[in-house]
Design a protein around this ligand. Structure first.
Ligand SMILES: [Zn+2]
Length: 110
């Protein structure tokens, strides 16, 4: 991976981190605890709870992605980015462009 490729992928990761951070900051409304007597239009309490479950699930996925991207930035810093964790071979640049937080090469990925 060339320094230029690394610089461009760093930009992609940073902007995705910014995106996820602002999503996670603004989406607190859906994930706060439901009041016992909540009634939002025709939605029952059960519907509200299901929506909250979905919102929480999405939040968990976004937090997990954020964590993986933050780890990827750390690997860029310490120079281990783009190296497969299993076989220690370089991960193809095309693969990293498609999935910047990839830690395994195409041969080792499940
Ligand atoms: Zn590998």
């Amino acid at each position: 991976m060339t320094p230029e490729e690394l610089a461009s992928i760093t930009k992609v990761i940073s902007s995705r981190i910014g995106e996820l951070t602002s999503i996670l900051e603004t989406e607190t409304e859906d994930t706060k605890p439901i009041e016992p007597d909540v009634s939002i239009g025709r939605l029952s309490r059960l519907d509200s709870m299901q929506m909250q479950q979905m919102a929480l699930e999405q939040k968990r996925r976004q937090e997990a992605e954020l964590q993986k991207l933050a780890d990827a930035l750390k690997r860029i810093d310490d120079g281990s980015y783009g190296t497969c964790m299993m076989c220690r071979q370089p991960i193809a640049t095309a693969r990293l462009n498609a999935q910047p937080d990839a830690i395994l090469c195409i041969h080792c990925a499940p």
